[in-house]
Design a protein around this ligand. Structure first.
Ligand code: NAD
Length: 246
């Protein structure tokens, strides 16, 4: 039987990349999954999998989060995956860019957890997994000012929730990936001008000499979502091919 048999999960930003890979891993392990994304078309390819419910959800929209959370029973697992990578130093981050990243990378998680946590507590507990990055409290990355700032906040947010609800059966852990192959990474490498050079520089900072895969990260999320990690809460777990250790 699957490692998540009998569990239900909500995943944000499930349309592609690590969110999508995690939906597939959750389904493989027997969970029932609400796969949500702002872009409903990106969810379409998940349609044929048993156990999945697709739903358009913009995590920047408080009203949409509210109605979604009132439509469904609180899940056992909440994977807050949505986030945005702004490219630039502090001088290249204007107020609009600052607000956008704060809203998507932090405020959306705050709202999702506030929407689902009371129900998770009422049903006896659950596991929250929040998407941070190795560019956070762990290391700085070049031109990741507001990204690293907001992902560091995700670590603090996660630790706070973990501490306050540890006696209620709630676990909260953050994951801190290094550079992981995904559609938005492809976009970012193209946006830098010379794709091959950009790719080479992303790979060069990975001591393993390769990028991570979305499936490798999904397997970590499965572990944190499952009872195998029952004694773990409040952690920021690095999965980065040795980047932070270099
Ligand atoms: P991605 O960036 O390619 O896909 C992101 C998905 O989020 C898309 O399907 C998009 O439609 C959706 N989305 C965008 N805005 C949304 C909103 N307002 N509401 C709901 N969904 C929305 O996927 P990825 O690269 O796997 O990144 C996922 C997460 O992982 C992000 O939080 C990112 O910061 C983080 N991360 C990525 C890397 C990397 O190298 N790819 C490394 C560390 C952390």
């Amino acid at each position: 039987t699957g490692r998540l048999e009998g569990k239900t999960a909500v995943v944000t930003a499930a349309g592609q990349g690590m969110g999508r890979a995690t939906v597939l891993a959750f389904l493989r392990e027997g969970a029932r999954v609400w796969a949500t994304d702002i872009d409903a078309a990106k969810l379409d390819s998940l349609h044929d999998h048993a156990g999945v419910t697709l739903r358009k959800l913009d995590v920047l929209n408080a009203q949409e989060i509210q109605s979604f959370s009132s439509e469904i029973d609180a899940p056992d697992i909440l994977f807050n995956c949505a986030g945005f990578v702004h490219n630039g130093s502090i001088l290249e981050c204007d107020e609009d860019a600052f607000d956008f990243s704060v809203n998507l990378n932090i405020r959306a998680m705050y709202r999702m957890i506030r929407a689902f946590l009371p129900g998770m507590i009422a049903r006896g507990g659950g596991s929250i997994v929040n998407m941070a990055s190795v560019a956070s409290t762990v290391i700085a990355a070049p031109n990741r000012f507001i990204y690293g700032t907001t992902k560091a906040a995700v670590v603090g947010l996660t630790k706070s929730v973990a501490l306050d609800y540890v006696t209620k059966g709630i676990r909260a852990n953050a994951i801190c990936p290094g550079t992981v192959e995904s559609p938005s990474l492809q976009d970012r490498m193209r946006a830098l001008g010379d794709y091959d050079e950009a790719r080479a520089s992303f790979v060069a900072r990975q001591p393993m000499g390769r990028l991570g895969t979305a499936e490798e990260v999904a397997d970590l999320v499965v572990y944190l979502a499952s009872n195998e990690s029952a004694f773990m809460t409040g952690n920021a777990i690095v999965i980065d091919g040795g980047w932070a250790n270099a």
